[in-house]
Design a protein. Structure first.
Lengths: 303, 318
C-alpha cells in the first residue's frame, strides 16, 4: 500500500517536473521573443521555410521535374503562380523542393563542420603543446583558401552530389569551429573547478566531455547559427557555377545557373524568385544569429 | 624592422608549403586513379591497359607520388605550369592573360568597398541611432544577405531587357582598348565592391563607436576642436586598424565571390578559367589555379601585417 502511494507521488513529481520543464522552455522562448523581436520574427520565418521544405510533396502544386512542353516559359500569376522555366517546369514547386535540398545541405554541413571543429578545438586546447601548435597552423592553412575555391577543389576530387557538397561545405566551416571553441576551451581549462576535477582523479577524457564541453555549448550554437547563412550562400554559388547539386534535382543555386550564358533574352522570373528565396533565408539566419549571440554570449549578457 | 620582415616572410614559407601539400593530397591522392578523373568511370574502363600506360607516362603519372609532388613544386617555383589537356594552351599564359582582368576587378572592388563602406560606417557612428544610422544599418544587413552573384545576374538581365545592353565579351586588355576593357570590369568590380562594402561599413561603425568613447577623444573635444577634426583625425586613425585586419579576411571573401560574379557577368577572368578547367576535368589547371588563389590570400595578408607598422607606431617590430 505504502509502496503504491510512493509510486504515485513519484509519478506526480515526474509529471509536474515535466510540466515545469516545458513551461520553462516556453518562458525562455517568450523572454527571447520579447527581448529580441527581430530574432523571433526571423526564427518564425525559418520555421515556416523549414516546414514548407519538409512537406514539399504535399504543398508543391506540381511535379518539380515534370517537363510540360505545353506550358513553356509561362509568366508568373498565370496558371502557374511563379511561372514556368524553359522546359515548362513549375518554378514554385522547384523552389519548394530546391529549398529542401539547400536547407538540408547547409544544416548538415554546418552541424558536421562545426561539430568536428569543436571536438578538435577542445582536444587541442586541452592537450596543448606541439599538437596545439601544429593544428593551429593546419587551421591557418585551410583558412588560406577562399571558401568557394576550397569547396571546388574538394568537389573536383569527390564528384558532385548531395553528400559530397555537404562534406565540401563542412570542411570550409571546420576551421571556424576549431578556432572559436579552442579559445573558449582554453579559458574554461584555466578555471579552478577543472583543477578540482583533476584533483579528485577525473581522467582527461572525462574532464573534456563532462566539464569543458558543456561550457562550449552556447558559443557552439551561436557559431553554428551564424554560419548557416554562409553555408546557404556557398551552396548557392556552387550550384550557380554548375558544380554543386547536379541537375535535374533542383537546388536554389542550380536554378540560377546558366540563365544568362545560355540565352540572349533571359526571362526575369527565372532569375528573381530563386535569388529572393536565397536572400530571405540568409537574412533570416543572420538576424537570428545576431540575436542568439546577444542572448547567449556571456560577455555581452546584461548590457 | 628588417628582421621582422624577414621573420614574417620565413613564417609564410611553411604556410605556402602546407597549401601545396593540401592541394596535392585533395586533387591527386584523394580521387585515386587520375585517369578516372580525366575520362570518367566509363571512359577509363574503355581504355586498354597499353593506352593507360602511354597516357600515364606522357603525363608523368607513372612515377611515385612523392616524385610527382616534387616535380610539381619545381614547376611552380620556376613558373612553368604545364599545358592544358584539352587544347594544349600554356597555363602560365592563361593566368597572365586572364589574371589582368580578375586583378582589375579585385582592385576596383577594394577601392569601391572602402570608398562606400567607410563613409557609411562613419556616418552611422557619428549619428548613432539617428534616422541615417538606421537606414545605413538596414542597408548593410540587406547587402550582407544578398549573394553577389545574384546581383550580378540581375544587373546583366536588367541591362539586357531594359536597355538592350550587354558588355563586350572576350578578353580585352586595358592597353588594347581601354573603354571596352572598362565596360567589362566595371560591372563585376562595382557589384563585388558593394558586397564587400557592407562588411567594412559594419565594422567601421562598431570600431569607431568604441574609440569615440575613449578619454583622448573627450580631451580633443574639450580643447575645442570641431567635431569633424575629432572624428576624422583623432578617432578614425585608431578605428581603422580592425578594419584593416578585416580587409585580409575580406580579400578571401572577395576572391571567393569573384569566381561566381565573373561567371554571372560572363567575364573571361581567372574564375571562368577555373570553371572551364573543372568541367574539362583538367586537374593540372585546377591544381595550379587553386594554388594561385591560396598564395594570393597569403601574400595579401602578409602585406597587411607589414602595413600595420606604418599606420600604428605603437606596434614594435621585435
Amino acid at each position: 500500500m505504502t509502496q503504491r502511494v510512493e509510486t504515485r507521488a513519484q509519478k506526480a513529481g515526474v509529471a509536474s517536473a515535466g510540466l515545469r520543464g516545458t513551461e520553462k522552455v516556453w518562458q525562455s522562448l517568450t523572454t527571447f521573443a520579447r527581448r529580441y523581436p527581430v530574432g523571433a520574427v526571423a526564427a518564425v520565418l525559418l520555421v515556416v521555410i523549414g516546414l514548407l521544405a519538409a512537406v514539399a510533396p504535399v504543398v508543391s502544386p506540381h511535379d518539380p521535374l515534370f517537363l510540360n512542353f505545353a506550358d513553356l516559359q509561362q509568366p508568373p500569376l498565370s496558371r502557374y503562380v511563379l511561372g514556368t522555366d524553359y522546359e515548362g517546369r513549375d518554378i514554385l514547386s522547384r523552389l519548394i523542393y530546391g529549398g529542401r535540398v539547400s536547407l538540408e545541405v547547409s544544416v548538415l554541413s554546418v552541424v558536421l563542420g562545426t561539430t568536428v571543429g569543436a571536438v578538435w578545438g577542445i582536444a587541442t586546447a586541452f592537450l596543448g603543446g606541439k599538437f596545439d601548435i601544429i593544428s593551429q597552423r593546419g587551421v591557418e592553412i585551410i583558412m588560406s583558401f577562399p571558401t568557394v575555391i576550397l569547396a571546388m577543389g574538394l568537389l573536383f576530387a569527390l564528384g558532385g552530389g548531395l553528400w559530397t557538397v555537404t562534406v565540401a561545405i563542412a570542411v570550409t566551416r571546420l576551421p571556424f569551429g576549431a578556432r572559436v571553441i579552442r579559445s573558449v576551451a582554453l579559458t574554461v581549462k584555466a578555471l579552478p573547478y577543472v583543477d578540482a576535477a583533476r584533483a579528485i582523479g577525473a581522467s582527461d577524457l572525462r574532464i573534456m566531455v563532462c566539464h569543458i564541453a558543456p561550457q562550449c555549448v552556447a558559443p557552439y550554437l551561436v557559431l553554428a547559427t551564424a554560419h548557416l547563412g554562409t553555408a546557404i550562400a556557398i551552396e548557392a554559388s556552387l550550384g550557380f557555377l554548375g558544380i554543386g547539386i547536379t541537375p535535374p534535382t533542383p537546388s536554389w543555386g542550380n536554378m540560377l545557373g546558366g540563365i544568362v550564358a545560355n540565352t540572349y533574352k533571359p526571362i526575369w522570373w527565372l532569375v528573381v524568385f530563386p535569388g529572393l528565396a536565397i536572400s530571405i533565408t540568409i537574412l533570416a539566419f543572420n538576424l537570428l544569429g545576431d540575436s542568439l549571440r546577444d542572448a547567449l554570449d556571456p560577455k555581452l549578457r546584461g548590457q | 624592422m628588417h628582421t621582422y620582415i624577414a621573420r614574417r616572410l620565413l613564417y609564410a614559407v611553411p604556410t605556402l608549403l602546407g597549401l601545396t601539400i593540401i592541394i596535392f593530397f585533395v586533387l591527386r591522392v584523394l580521387p585515386g586513379d587520375p585517369l578516372v578523373l580525366l575520362y570518367g568511370e566509363g571512359g577509363s574502363a574503355s581504355l586498354t591497359e597499353a593506352d593507360k600506360q602511354v597516357i600515364k607516362a606522357k603525363l608523368g603519372l607513372d612515377r611515385p607520388l612523392y616524385q610527382q609532388y616534387a616535380h610539381w613544386l619545381k614547376d611552380v617555383v620556376t613558373g612553368e605550369f604545364g599545358k592544358t589537356f584539352a587544347r594544349g594552351d600554356n597555363v602560365a599564359e592563361i593566368v597572365l592573360n586572364r589574371g589582368v582582368i580578375t586583378g582589375e576587378i579585385a582592385l576596383l572592388a577594394v577601392i569601391v568597398s572602402w570608398l562606400v563602406g567607410l563613409p557609411v560606417g562613419i556616418l552611422g557612428a557619428v549619428g548613432q541611432n539617428s534616422v541615417l544610422d538606421y537606414v545605413a544599418r538596414f542597408l548593410t544587413i540587406i547587402f550582407l544577405a544578398i549573394p553577389s552573384f545574384w546581383v550580378a545576374v540581375l544587373v546583366v538581365v536588367v541591362s539586357l531587357l531594359v536597355f538592350d545592353y550587354r558588355a563586350p565579351l572576350g578578353i580585352i586588355h586595358p592597353w588594347d582598348d581601354f573603354g571596352a576593357n572598362m565596360r567589362i570590369v566595371l560591372g563585376p568590380g562595382m557589384v563585388l565592391g558593394l558586397a564587400t562594402a557592407a562588411y567594412i561599413a559594419r565594422l567601421a561603425r562598431s570600431s569607431l563607436l568604441e574609440v569615440i568613447r575613449d578619454d583622448y577623444i573627450r580631451t580633443a573635444r574639450a580643447k575645442g576642436l570641431n567635431e569633424r577634426v575629432v572624428v576624422l583625425r583623432h578617432a578614425l586613425r585608431n578605428a581603422l586598424l580592425p578594419v584593416l585586419t578585416l580587409s585580409g579576411v575580406l580579400f578571401s571573401i572577395l576572391l571567393s565571390g569573384s569566381v561566381a560574379v565573373e561567371q554571372g557577368f560572363t567575364v573571361p577572368g581567372l574564375g571562368s578559367a577555373l570553371i572551364q578547367a573543372f568541367q574539362e576535368r583538367d586537374f593540372v589547371v585546377v591544381q595550379n589555379l587553386v594554388l594561385l588563389y591560396g598564395v594570393l590570400y597569403v601574400v595579401i595578408n602578409l602585406l597587411i601585417d607589414l602595413a600595420y607598422g606604418l599606420l600604428d607606431p605603437r606596434i614594435q617590430y621585435t
